[in-house]
Design a protein around this ligand. Sequence first.
Ligand code: SAH
Ligand code: MG
Length: 430
Amino acid sequence: MRVVIGEDLYLLREGLVRLLEAHGFSVIAAVPTAPELLEALISLKPDVGVVDVRLPPTHTDDGLQVAIAARREHPGLPILVLSQYVEQLYARELLADAVGGIGYLLKDRVFSDDQFVSALRTVAGGGTVLDPEVVSRLMTRHSRDEPLAQLTPREREVLALMAEGRPAPVHYRESRVEACGRDLHPAGARTFRRRQSPGPGRRHLPELVGWWPVTVDLIEAARAAEGFMPHDEGLALAETAAKYVCQGPVLELGSYRGKSTLYLVTGVRQADVTKPQVITVDHHRGSEEHQPGWEYHDPGLVDQSTGKLDTLPSLRATLAHADAEDDVIVVVGRSADVARHLDGPFGLVFIDGGHTEAAAITDYESWAPHVALNGALAIHDVFPDPADGGQAPYRIYRRALDSGEFTEVLVAGSLRVLQRRGHGTNPTPS
Ligand code: SAH
Ligand code: MG
Protein backbone atom coordinates (compact mmCIF):
# COMPACT_ATOMS: atom_id res chain seq x y z
CA MET A 1 0.00 0.00 0.00
CA ARG A 2 1.46 3.36 -1.08
CA VAL A 3 1.37 6.15 1.49
CA VAL A 4 2.16 9.86 1.37
CA ILE A 5 2.85 11.62 4.67
CA GLY A 6 2.60 15.34 5.40
CA GLU A 7 4.01 16.20 8.83
CA ASP A 8 6.26 19.10 9.70
CA LEU A 9 7.86 17.75 12.87
CA TYR A 10 10.93 15.81 11.88
CA LEU A 11 10.75 13.23 14.66
CA LEU A 12 7.09 12.50 14.16
CA ARG A 13 7.50 12.30 10.39
CA GLU A 14 10.39 9.87 10.63
CA GLY A 15 8.60 7.92 13.32
CA LEU A 16 5.55 7.53 11.10
CA VAL A 17 7.67 6.44 8.15
CA ARG A 18 9.35 3.74 10.20
CA LEU A 19 6.20 2.56 11.88
CA LEU A 20 4.35 2.25 8.58
CA GLU A 21 7.24 0.56 6.82
CA ALA A 22 7.52 -1.91 9.66
CA HIS A 23 3.89 -2.78 8.99
CA GLY A 24 4.46 -3.37 5.30
CA PHE A 25 3.32 0.01 3.92
CA SER A 26 5.43 1.70 1.30
CA VAL A 27 5.97 5.39 2.06
CA ILE A 28 6.43 7.04 -1.32
CA ALA A 29 6.75 10.58 0.01
CA ALA A 30 7.11 12.17 3.45
CA VAL A 31 7.12 15.96 3.28
CA PRO A 32 7.11 18.81 5.82
CA THR A 33 5.06 21.56 4.10
CA ALA A 34 1.59 22.08 2.65
CA PRO A 35 2.66 22.90 -0.93
CA GLU A 36 4.90 19.83 -1.10
CA LEU A 37 2.10 17.71 0.31
CA LEU A 38 -0.41 18.93 -2.26
CA GLU A 39 2.06 18.25 -5.04
CA ALA A 40 2.76 14.74 -3.75
CA LEU A 41 -0.91 13.82 -3.22
CA ILE A 42 -1.92 15.02 -6.67
CA SER A 43 1.00 13.72 -8.69
CA LEU A 44 1.58 10.42 -6.87
CA LYS A 45 -2.08 9.66 -6.07
CA PRO A 46 -1.22 7.34 -3.16
CA ASP A 47 -3.52 4.66 -1.75
CA VAL A 48 -3.79 6.81 1.36
CA GLY A 49 -2.42 10.12 2.64
CA VAL A 50 -1.54 10.82 6.27
CA VAL A 51 -2.00 14.52 6.83
CA ASP A 52 -1.10 16.70 9.77
CA VAL A 53 -3.47 19.65 10.16
CA ARG A 54 -0.97 22.34 11.10
CA LEU A 55 1.66 22.60 8.41
CA PRO A 56 3.85 25.43 7.11
CA PRO A 57 3.49 28.00 5.72
CA THR A 58 0.74 29.32 8.03
CA HIS A 59 0.65 26.55 10.68
CA THR A 60 -3.11 26.91 10.98
CA ASP A 61 -5.10 24.43 8.96
CA ASP A 62 -2.96 24.15 5.84
CA GLY A 63 -3.01 20.36 5.97
CA LEU A 64 -6.80 20.18 5.96
CA GLN A 65 -7.01 22.61 3.06
CA VAL A 66 -4.52 20.48 1.15
CA ALA A 67 -6.61 17.39 1.84
CA ILE A 68 -9.75 19.11 0.56
CA ALA A 69 -7.94 20.39 -2.54
CA ALA A 70 -6.39 17.00 -3.28
CA ARG A 71 -9.77 15.31 -3.02
CA ARG A 72 -11.22 17.84 -5.40
CA GLU A 73 -8.58 16.69 -7.88
CA HIS A 74 -8.91 12.98 -7.06
CA PRO A 75 -12.40 12.42 -5.61
CA GLY A 76 -12.39 9.91 -2.79
CA LEU A 77 -8.60 9.98 -2.37
CA PRO A 78 -8.27 8.36 1.07
CA ILE A 79 -6.94 10.73 3.70
CA LEU A 80 -6.24 10.13 7.37
CA VAL A 81 -6.00 13.46 9.19
CA LEU A 82 -3.83 13.59 12.27
CA SER A 83 -4.52 16.51 14.47
CA GLN A 84 -3.64 18.01 17.76
CA TYR A 85 -7.03 19.73 17.79
CA VAL A 86 -10.42 19.38 16.25
CA GLU A 87 -10.39 22.01 13.53
CA GLN A 88 -14.04 22.81 13.32
CA LEU A 89 -14.75 24.37 9.97
CA TYR A 90 -12.56 22.48 7.58
CA ALA A 91 -13.01 19.15 9.28
CA ARG A 92 -16.69 19.39 8.54
CA GLU A 93 -16.06 20.39 4.96
CA LEU A 94 -13.73 17.45 4.53
CA LEU A 95 -16.22 15.00 6.01
CA ALA A 96 -19.15 16.45 4.14
CA ASP A 97 -18.02 15.51 0.67
CA ALA A 98 -19.60 12.14 1.35
CA VAL A 99 -17.25 10.10 -0.78
CA GLY A 100 -15.55 8.14 1.97
CA GLY A 101 -12.00 7.16 2.70
CA ILE A 102 -11.68 9.69 5.49
CA GLY A 103 -10.19 9.45 8.92
CA TYR A 104 -9.69 12.01 11.64
CA LEU A 105 -7.62 11.04 14.64
CA LEU A 106 -6.32 13.14 17.48
CA LYS A 107 -2.59 12.67 18.00
CA ASP A 108 -2.77 12.33 21.74
CA ARG A 109 -5.39 9.62 21.49
CA VAL A 110 -3.48 7.20 19.29
CA PHE A 111 -2.13 4.60 21.66
CA SER A 112 -0.87 1.67 19.64
CA ASP A 113 0.55 0.60 16.29
CA ASP A 114 -2.41 -1.69 15.82
CA GLN A 115 -4.97 1.01 16.38
CA PHE A 116 -3.23 3.37 14.00
CA VAL A 117 -2.43 0.85 11.27
CA SER A 118 -5.92 -0.56 11.36
CA ALA A 119 -7.42 2.94 11.10
CA LEU A 120 -5.18 3.63 8.12
CA ARG A 121 -6.25 0.42 6.39
CA THR A 122 -9.92 1.21 7.00
CA VAL A 123 -9.51 4.66 5.47
CA ALA A 124 -7.52 3.31 2.52
CA GLY A 125 -10.34 0.83 1.96
CA GLY A 126 -12.89 3.64 1.68
CA GLY A 127 -14.12 3.52 5.28
CA THR A 128 -14.50 6.31 7.79
CA VAL A 129 -12.62 6.46 11.08
CA LEU A 130 -13.41 9.24 13.49
CA ASP A 131 -12.12 9.88 16.93
CA PRO A 132 -15.19 10.12 19.22
CA GLU A 133 -13.96 13.49 20.39
CA VAL A 134 -14.13 14.71 16.81
CA VAL A 135 -17.66 13.40 16.44
CA SER A 136 -18.92 15.04 19.58
CA ARG A 137 -17.36 18.39 18.66
CA LEU A 138 -18.78 18.24 15.18
CA MET A 139 -22.14 17.44 16.62
CA THR A 140 -22.30 20.02 19.33
CA ARG A 141 -21.32 23.06 17.30
CA HIS A 142 -23.20 23.27 14.07
CA SER A 143 -25.71 25.39 12.29
CA ARG A 144 -29.36 24.36 12.29
CA ASP A 145 -29.64 23.51 8.63
CA GLU A 146 -26.86 20.97 8.52
CA PRO A 147 -27.75 17.29 8.28
CA LEU A 148 -26.30 16.55 11.69
CA ALA A 149 -28.49 19.20 13.26
CA GLN A 150 -31.50 17.08 12.37
CA LEU A 151 -30.40 14.24 14.60
CA THR A 152 -32.10 13.78 17.94
CA PRO A 153 -29.89 13.76 21.05
CA ARG A 154 -30.41 10.01 21.18
CA GLU A 155 -29.23 9.56 17.62
CA ARG A 156 -26.20 11.69 18.28
CA GLU A 157 -25.38 9.60 21.28
CA VAL A 158 -25.59 6.54 19.09
CA LEU A 159 -23.37 8.09 16.48
CA ALA A 160 -20.77 8.90 19.09
CA LEU A 161 -20.88 5.33 20.34
CA MET A 162 -20.49 4.03 16.84
CA ALA A 163 -17.57 6.30 16.22
CA GLU A 164 -15.98 4.96 19.34
CA GLY A 165 -16.61 1.38 18.42
CA ARG A 166 -15.57 1.53 14.80
CA PRO A 167 -11.95 2.62 14.67
CA ALA A 168 -10.97 -0.40 16.69
CA PRO A 169 -9.11 -3.23 14.99
CA VAL A 170 -12.16 -5.05 13.75
CA HIS A 171 -11.72 -6.73 10.41
CA TYR A 172 -14.76 -8.13 8.74
CA ARG A 173 -14.42 -10.76 6.09
CA GLU A 174 -17.97 -9.98 5.09
CA SER A 175 -19.34 -6.54 4.45
CA ARG A 176 -22.89 -7.21 5.61
CA VAL A 177 -24.07 -7.28 9.19
CA GLU A 178 -27.29 -9.16 9.44
CA ALA A 179 -29.79 -10.72 11.78
CA CYS A 180 -31.66 -13.66 10.32
CA GLY A 181 -30.91 -12.57 6.79
CA ARG A 182 -32.04 -8.99 7.42
CA ASP A 183 -29.39 -6.31 6.99
CA LEU A 184 -28.76 -4.51 10.25
CA HIS A 185 -26.59 -1.77 8.90
CA PRO A 186 -24.17 -1.89 6.01
CA ALA A 187 -21.45 -0.50 8.26
CA GLY A 188 -21.66 2.21 10.87
CA ALA A 189 -19.27 4.41 9.01
CA ARG A 190 -21.10 4.15 5.74
CA THR A 191 -24.40 5.01 7.35
CA PHE A 192 -22.78 8.01 8.91
CA ARG A 193 -21.53 9.17 5.54
CA ARG A 194 -24.86 8.72 3.86
CA ARG A 195 -26.49 10.71 6.61
CA GLN A 196 -24.24 13.59 5.74
CA SER A 197 -24.93 13.58 2.06
CA PRO A 198 -27.22 16.25 0.67
CA GLY A 199 -30.83 15.52 -0.21
CA PRO A 200 -33.60 14.11 1.95
CA GLY A 201 -31.09 12.58 4.33
CA ARG A 202 -33.61 11.68 6.96
CA ARG A 203 -34.71 8.72 4.92
CA HIS A 204 -31.52 6.88 5.69
CA LEU A 205 -31.84 7.15 9.40
CA PRO A 206 -33.91 4.02 10.04
CA GLU A 207 -30.98 1.89 8.94
CA LEU A 208 -28.96 3.38 11.74
CA VAL A 209 -31.81 3.21 14.18
CA GLY A 210 -32.56 -0.39 13.32
CA TRP A 211 -29.35 -1.59 14.81
CA TRP A 212 -28.21 0.61 17.62
CA PRO A 213 -30.61 2.91 19.44
CA VAL A 214 -32.78 0.32 21.15
CA THR A 215 -29.64 -1.06 22.69
CA VAL A 216 -27.68 2.02 23.58
CA ASP A 217 -28.35 1.49 27.27
CA LEU A 218 -27.45 -2.15 26.97
CA ILE A 219 -24.22 -1.38 25.14
CA GLU A 220 -23.41 1.14 27.84
CA ALA A 221 -24.10 -1.45 30.53
CA ALA A 222 -21.87 -3.94 28.75
CA ARG A 223 -19.10 -1.42 28.45
CA ALA A 224 -19.41 -0.46 32.10
CA ALA A 225 -19.58 -4.04 33.42
CA GLU A 226 -16.56 -5.53 35.16
CA GLY A 227 -14.81 -8.22 33.20
CA PHE A 228 -12.49 -9.14 30.42
CA MET A 229 -14.02 -8.06 27.16
CA PRO A 230 -12.65 -4.98 25.36
CA HIS A 231 -15.42 -2.83 23.91
CA ASP A 232 -14.46 -3.26 20.26
CA GLU A 233 -14.32 -7.02 20.61
CA GLY A 234 -17.62 -6.93 22.49
CA LEU A 235 -19.31 -5.09 19.63
CA ALA A 236 -17.95 -7.66 17.20
CA LEU A 237 -19.28 -10.39 19.47
CA ALA A 238 -22.69 -8.67 19.49
CA GLU A 239 -22.77 -8.59 15.71
CA THR A 240 -21.79 -12.23 15.61
CA ALA A 241 -24.61 -13.16 17.97
CA ALA A 242 -27.10 -11.17 15.89
CA LYS A 243 -26.02 -13.02 12.82
CA TYR A 244 -25.93 -16.57 14.14
CA VAL A 245 -28.79 -16.67 16.64
CA CYS A 246 -31.08 -17.62 13.77
CA GLN A 247 -29.25 -20.94 13.46
CA GLY A 248 -29.93 -21.70 17.11
CA PRO A 249 -29.45 -20.28 20.63
CA VAL A 250 -26.21 -18.76 21.85
CA LEU A 251 -24.08 -20.67 24.35
CA GLU A 252 -21.39 -18.86 26.33
CA LEU A 253 -18.78 -20.69 28.33
CA GLY A 254 -17.22 -18.35 30.91
CA SER A 255 -19.85 -15.91 32.19
CA TYR A 256 -17.68 -14.44 34.96
CA ARG A 257 -19.55 -11.25 35.95
CA GLY A 258 -21.63 -10.96 32.78
CA LYS A 259 -19.75 -8.48 30.63
CA SER A 260 -19.55 -10.55 27.44
CA THR A 261 -23.01 -11.91 28.26
CA LEU A 262 -24.42 -8.41 27.85
CA TYR A 263 -22.71 -7.98 24.49
CA LEU A 264 -24.28 -11.27 23.39
CA VAL A 265 -27.69 -10.07 24.56
CA THR A 266 -27.15 -6.80 22.66
CA GLY A 267 -26.73 -8.76 19.44
CA VAL A 268 -29.48 -11.27 20.05
CA ARG A 269 -32.02 -8.54 20.73
CA GLN A 270 -31.52 -7.30 17.18
CA ALA A 271 -32.88 -10.52 15.80
CA ASP A 272 -36.58 -11.03 16.05
CA VAL A 273 -36.42 -14.14 18.23
CA THR A 274 -38.26 -15.19 21.38
CA LYS A 275 -36.36 -14.70 24.65
CA PRO A 276 -34.28 -16.15 26.15
CA GLN A 277 -31.70 -17.16 23.57
CA VAL A 278 -28.49 -16.77 25.54
CA ILE A 279 -27.32 -19.55 27.84
CA THR A 280 -24.26 -18.75 29.89
CA VAL A 281 -22.25 -21.42 31.69
CA ASP A 282 -19.71 -21.02 34.49
CA HIS A 283 -18.92 -22.85 37.72
CA HIS A 284 -18.39 -19.38 39.16
CA ARG A 285 -15.32 -20.42 41.13
CA GLY A 286 -13.01 -18.54 38.78
CA SER A 287 -10.16 -19.62 36.55
CA GLU A 288 -6.63 -20.09 37.77
CA GLU A 289 -5.74 -16.42 37.30
CA HIS A 290 -8.67 -15.33 39.50
CA GLN A 291 -7.55 -17.30 42.56
CA PRO A 292 -5.91 -15.63 45.60
CA GLY A 293 -2.34 -14.68 44.85
CA TRP A 294 -2.91 -14.55 41.08
CA GLU A 295 -2.92 -11.56 38.78
CA TYR A 296 -6.68 -11.14 38.40
CA HIS A 297 -7.79 -11.97 41.91
CA ASP A 298 -10.46 -9.69 43.32
CA PRO A 299 -10.81 -10.19 47.10
CA GLY A 300 -14.27 -8.60 46.91
CA LEU A 301 -15.50 -11.67 45.05
CA VAL A 302 -14.71 -14.15 47.82
CA ASP A 303 -17.76 -15.59 49.56
CA GLN A 304 -17.05 -15.07 53.26
CA SER A 305 -19.02 -18.10 54.38
CA THR A 306 -17.15 -20.58 52.19
CA GLY A 307 -13.90 -18.73 51.62
CA LYS A 308 -14.33 -19.53 47.92
CA LEU A 309 -14.49 -17.23 44.96
CA ASP A 310 -18.09 -16.74 43.83
CA THR A 311 -18.93 -14.63 40.79
CA LEU A 312 -22.56 -15.70 40.57
CA PRO A 313 -24.05 -12.84 42.66
CA SER A 314 -22.12 -10.35 40.58
CA LEU A 315 -23.36 -11.94 37.34
CA ARG A 316 -26.94 -11.75 38.53
CA ALA A 317 -26.52 -8.12 39.55
CA THR A 318 -25.01 -7.23 36.17
CA LEU A 319 -27.96 -8.80 34.34
CA ALA A 320 -30.51 -7.26 36.68
CA HIS A 321 -29.09 -3.75 36.39
CA ALA A 322 -29.04 -4.03 32.61
CA ASP A 323 -32.63 -5.30 32.66
CA ALA A 324 -31.45 -8.41 30.85
CA GLU A 325 -32.45 -11.19 33.23
CA ASP A 326 -35.16 -12.43 30.89
CA ASP A 327 -32.70 -12.69 28.01
CA VAL A 328 -30.35 -15.12 29.70
CA ILE A 329 -30.44 -18.61 31.18
CA VAL A 330 -27.74 -18.84 33.81
CA VAL A 331 -26.24 -22.29 34.23
CA VAL A 332 -23.91 -23.03 37.12
CA GLY A 333 -21.67 -26.00 36.51
CA ARG A 334 -18.43 -27.27 35.08
CA SER A 335 -17.97 -26.92 31.36
CA ALA A 336 -17.64 -30.61 30.48
CA ASP A 337 -20.46 -31.67 32.83
CA VAL A 338 -22.91 -29.18 31.38
CA ALA A 339 -21.93 -30.07 27.81
CA ARG A 340 -22.77 -33.69 28.53
CA HIS A 341 -26.35 -32.75 29.38
CA LEU A 342 -27.00 -29.86 27.02
CA ASP A 343 -27.32 -30.80 23.38
CA GLY A 344 -27.92 -27.77 21.25
CA PRO A 345 -27.23 -27.44 18.42
CA PHE A 346 -26.25 -23.86 19.11
CA GLY A 347 -26.18 -21.08 16.56
CA LEU A 348 -23.17 -19.66 18.35
CA VAL A 349 -20.85 -21.21 20.90
CA PHE A 350 -18.58 -18.64 22.55
CA ILE A 351 -15.63 -20.09 24.47
CA ASP A 352 -14.10 -17.77 27.05
CA GLY A 353 -13.27 -20.11 29.92
CA GLY A 354 -10.08 -21.29 31.60
CA HIS A 355 -6.76 -20.61 29.92
CA THR A 356 -4.79 -23.68 30.92
CA GLU A 357 -4.06 -26.15 28.17
CA ALA A 358 -6.32 -28.74 29.79
CA ALA A 359 -9.22 -26.30 30.30
CA ALA A 360 -9.10 -25.02 26.72
CA ILE A 361 -8.94 -28.51 25.22
CA THR A 362 -11.82 -29.69 27.40
CA ASP A 363 -13.93 -26.69 26.40
CA TYR A 364 -13.20 -27.25 22.74
CA GLU A 365 -13.90 -30.97 22.83
CA SER A 366 -17.01 -30.46 24.95
CA TRP A 367 -18.62 -27.68 22.94
CA ALA A 368 -17.41 -27.70 19.33
CA PRO A 369 -19.60 -30.72 18.49
CA HIS A 370 -22.66 -28.72 19.61
CA VAL A 371 -22.21 -25.96 17.02
CA ALA A 372 -25.00 -26.05 14.43
CA LEU A 373 -24.24 -26.49 10.75
CA ASN A 374 -23.61 -22.97 9.42
CA GLY A 375 -23.47 -21.86 13.04
CA ALA A 376 -20.34 -20.36 14.58
CA LEU A 377 -17.68 -21.10 17.13
CA ALA A 378 -16.16 -17.97 18.68
CA ILE A 379 -13.00 -18.17 20.76
CA HIS A 380 -11.64 -15.39 22.94
CA ASP A 381 -8.04 -14.60 23.92
CA VAL A 382 -6.52 -16.02 20.77
CA PHE A 383 -2.95 -14.74 20.58
CA PRO A 384 -0.91 -16.06 17.65
CA ASP A 385 2.17 -14.38 19.15
CA PRO A 386 3.17 -15.87 22.54
CA ALA A 387 4.44 -12.42 23.54
CA ASP A 388 0.81 -11.21 23.61
CA GLY A 389 -0.68 -13.92 25.78
CA GLY A 390 -1.09 -17.59 26.64
CA GLN A 391 -1.27 -20.08 23.79
CA ALA A 392 -4.03 -22.45 24.88
CA PRO A 393 -6.93 -20.62 23.19
CA TYR A 394 -4.76 -20.14 20.10
CA ARG A 395 -4.12 -23.89 19.95
CA ILE A 396 -7.78 -24.84 20.04
CA TYR A 397 -8.47 -22.19 17.41
CA ARG A 398 -5.80 -23.80 15.22
CA ARG A 399 -7.24 -27.19 15.93
CA ALA A 400 -10.71 -26.07 14.85
CA LEU A 401 -9.32 -24.63 11.60
CA ASP A 402 -7.15 -27.68 10.94
CA SER A 403 -10.13 -29.96 11.42
CA GLY A 404 -11.42 -28.61 8.12
CA GLU A 405 -14.85 -28.18 9.65
CA PHE A 406 -14.63 -24.44 10.20
CA THR A 407 -13.90 -21.35 8.14
CA GLU A 408 -12.75 -18.12 9.75
CA VAL A 409 -15.23 -15.31 9.28
CA LEU A 410 -14.18 -12.60 11.69
CA VAL A 411 -11.11 -11.36 13.55
CA ALA A 412 -11.48 -8.62 16.16
CA GLY A 413 -8.57 -8.17 18.54
CA SER A 414 -8.15 -11.53 20.23
CA LEU A 415 -11.64 -12.68 19.20
CA ARG A 416 -11.91 -15.23 16.38
CA VAL A 417 -15.15 -16.38 14.85
CA LEU A 418 -15.24 -19.60 12.85
CA GLN A 419 -18.27 -20.72 10.91
CA ARG A 420 -19.08 -24.39 10.76
CA ARG A 421 -19.33 -25.70 7.22
CA GLY A 422 -22.80 -26.86 6.30
CA HIS A 423 -22.23 -30.47 5.29
CA GLY A 424 -24.24 -31.48 2.30
CA THR A 425 -24.30 -27.92 1.04
CA ASN A 426 -20.62 -27.02 1.17
CA PRO A 427 -18.30 -29.80 0.13
CA THR A 428 -15.44 -30.30 2.61
CA PRO A 429 -12.17 -29.41 0.86
CA SER A 430 -9.53 -32.14 0.85
N1 SAH B 1 -16.50 -13.73 29.52
C1 SAH B 1 -16.07 -13.05 30.71
C2 SAH B 1 -14.73 -13.51 31.21
C3 SAH B 1 -14.63 -14.97 31.50
S1 SAH B 1 -13.33 -15.36 32.60
C4 SAH B 1 -16.09 -11.53 30.50
O1 SAH B 1 -16.54 -11.06 29.47
O2 SAH B 1 -15.67 -10.81 31.38
C5 SAH B 1 -13.34 -17.08 32.60
C6 SAH B 1 -14.47 -17.71 33.36
O3 SAH B 1 -14.43 -19.09 33.05
C7 SAH B 1 -14.35 -17.62 34.88
O4 SAH B 1 -15.48 -16.99 35.41
C8 SAH B 1 -14.26 -19.07 35.35
O5 SAH B 1 -14.98 -19.32 36.53
C9 SAH B 1 -14.85 -19.84 34.20
N2 SAH B 1 -14.34 -21.19 34.08
C10 SAH B 1 -13.06 -21.58 34.00
N3 SAH B 1 -12.99 -22.92 33.88
C11 SAH B 1 -14.27 -23.39 33.88
C12 SAH B 1 -14.86 -24.70 33.79
N4 SAH B 1 -14.12 -25.78 33.65
N5 SAH B 1 -16.18 -24.78 33.82
C13 SAH B 1 -16.97 -23.69 33.97
N6 SAH B 1 -16.45 -22.43 34.04
C14 SAH B 1 -15.13 -22.29 34.00
MG1 MG C 1 -11.32 -13.62 27.60
